[in-house]
Design a protein around this ligand. Sequence first.
Ligand SMILES: Cc1cc2nc3c(=O)[nH]c(=O)nc-3n(C[C@H](O)[C@H](O)[C@H](O)COP(=O)(O)O)c2cc1C
Length: 416
Amino acid sequence: MPNQNTSAPRQICEQRRRFLKWLAASPLAVVPMTSFSAPYLVEGQSAADVASRLFDQMITSPDQALSLFDFERVASMNLPPAHFGYLASATDDGNMRTVNRAAFDKFDLRMTRLHGQGRPDLSVELFGEQFDAPFFICPVSSLRAFHPEGELAMARAARATNIPMSISTFSSTGIEQVNQAYRQPVWFQLYLQSQFEASTELVQRAEQSGSKVLLFTVDSPARSTSSVGALYERLDTRDCTACHNDFIGQRWHKPMVAPLSSNGMPEQTGPFLDWSIIDRLRNITDMKIVVKGIETQADAEAARSVGVDAVYVSNHGGRVMHSGRAALNCLPEVVAGAGQLPVLIDSGFRRGSDVFKALALGATAVGFGRPFIWGMAAFGQEGAEKAVDMVMRELRTSMIHAGAGKVQDIHAGMLS
Ligand SMILES: Cc1cc2nc3c(=O)[nH]c(=O)nc-3n(C[C@H](O)[C@H](O)[C@H](O)COP(=O)(O)O)c2cc1C
């Protein structure tokens, strides 16, 4: 006869363990957990978020990620609050991020079966170069604020996955070094400087480094408040004057703008600019000019009429102006206005199926800003690479279900 007195606690223990296991697996477990306040605002909830709340752990390596949002959570823990806030920041209450995301839910994929298309080919040609997927790394300023290797880690990840890489005017690494890491010239993004001579220096430096594509950003003639970023800044109690010294400005650690001369007359920019600026740029460079931040058919037509090489739909990831339209919702009219020109798009893309939807609505390629930076901030180059790889896999899955054998096969009839 077993001694019932000694086995009883073991049984209770076992029952408790089973109960906890059941609870952890049950959706009920999530209910009380949602009342936990996460230390950081995260955009997406994922299985790993739920697991981390239950078991007090986050993913510890890129291969554990189940969605891009798993990287966001690790990034939110790795980064100083002000840096994470800068990345997360969007206008006012962050509403434009929600608006961008909500647009994707309005479209569904029409699944088709037994189509015999085989493994989808994601490759595309963009501006005369061959790439392994129809999406690219957006220009984002100061990548070293998110990882010590910044643009270099991102460029290596882009090379390893063979997708286009771009850098910002306010990049924290010079274009020549980034080109070396990418083993090919990257695309360069231009913010017009108040002296046109300085813009000329920037563009010519990019061109001399071998860059063939100029992303000319026109979507920020004025900015509304970013309370999300400001709130995170208040959480950051570090002494940040070494990098953010208002007296000398922040230019010294921005190698593209730091050496610019102050030759020439300052000119009014922002709301004073008109389409004649494209002619002036055309006169100083042979690079392909892509105008970034277009939202309407009329502007796409204007861009086409002044001879740009491509238009780029973007609301800057919802960072510039509230009460705007989701980038995806602007896409069809921009495609109509762009005629035969390639149309790029970004703002709010988080999954391969999002990319699929944009391609079906006429986009040529899709940009990712924050998500690949979450990957990099979480696990460096490896994290960024894994994030790119996840989107590739998700896009391939969407294409299989929609019956598209290659990117060019994707069309509006595959959505409803
Ligand atoms: C932290 C941050 C800095 C950015 N800096 C620039 C920039 O210097 N130039 C630019 O054209 N766009 C910039 N963008 C906008 C991105 O190029 C892109 O339009 C946007 O991030 C896409 O939205 P997503 O982050 O939702 O993918 C920035 C975006 C973020 C998040």
